[in-house]
Every structure is written in structure tokens, then in C-alpha cells.
Design a protein around this ligand. Sequence first.
Ligand code: THU
Length: 161
Amino acid sequence: MEPNKYSFSYEVFDSIDDLSQEDAWLLNEAREVTSSSYAPYSNFHVGAVAKLNNGEIVVGSNQENASYPVGLCAERALLASAASLFPNIPIQSLAISYVNDNGESNHPISPCGMCRQSLLEYEGRVKQPIRLILGGQEGKVYIIPQANMLLPLSFTGGDMK
Ligand code: THU
């Protein structure tokens, strides 16, 4: 037996005020894009905004459905848009924010498991990690250098070769 360990480093900021101008702008946009969310069932509105290598900005928000599993998270809505509008252009940074109508919106949330898998595939596909900026409408902000860090021991296309 050989013990193994997984860990990763990320940055924690006290507030959006401590971010670089560009990161603060992206997070602010993500905060605002929550208003395009369609979330009548969860009342949890998520907004995502990405800056691509070519300078373009792409947004996404969660889009729910009366048949609950049909709903789409903000992150995957964004990835579908980015891949359709700008095929093969890597994503540099992706900010995610939310408004919780039923509670507080003051701490960072991180992508769900399904979105982690999608983000990982995107990174592999365009061969560049996606930097994540996570924050609520106020409060602490996390910066995670690569989305794949959130999915250790992941399953990828390489496993099927
Ligand atoms: N949701 C996202 O869009 N992104 C996340 O990172 C977490 C969850 C959405 C899915 C659903 O519409 C609502 O938030 C509550 O789970």
C-alpha cells in the first residue's frame, strides 16, 4: 500500500474590493447576470461571466424547467454559448455569482459536480485551464487557478482509449 494525498491551493479575498480591476469587473458582471436566470422553482439565481483568450465576454445563467432534471446550470449554459460562438477559443477566467431569494447571498458557491465535469472537458478540449472567480453579492471571494482542481481523480476521454 502506498498512501496518497490530494490538495490544492486557492486564494481567499475578504471582498471584491481586494481583487484586480479586471477580476472585480468580471465578478460584478456575474452578479448582474443573475438577473437573466430563470429559476422559478429553486429561487436560486446563478450568473456566470467568462473572458476568453480573444477578449470576448460570454455569459450564462441557470435556466430551470418544470421537469426539474431538464434545468441547466449557469456554467453549462455559458460553456455551450462559448463553444458555439467562439469554437476552440480558450476561456481565461470565469466568474460565478448568485442571488438566493430564500436566504443569504454572501459567500462563494462553487460549481456542482456535473458542471465540474463539463468545465474539465472544456479545459482539455482547448488545452488551457479555466481560472474561477467565485463570490456572492457580497463577502469573501475565492480564486481557484484551474477548474480541474475541483475534480480530482476525474474520468476523461483518455480513460477510454
Ligand atoms: N446552479 C447553477 O446554475 N450553478 C451552480 O454552480 C449551482 C447550482 C443552479 C441549478 C439550479 O437551477 C439552482 O442553481 C439550484 O440548484
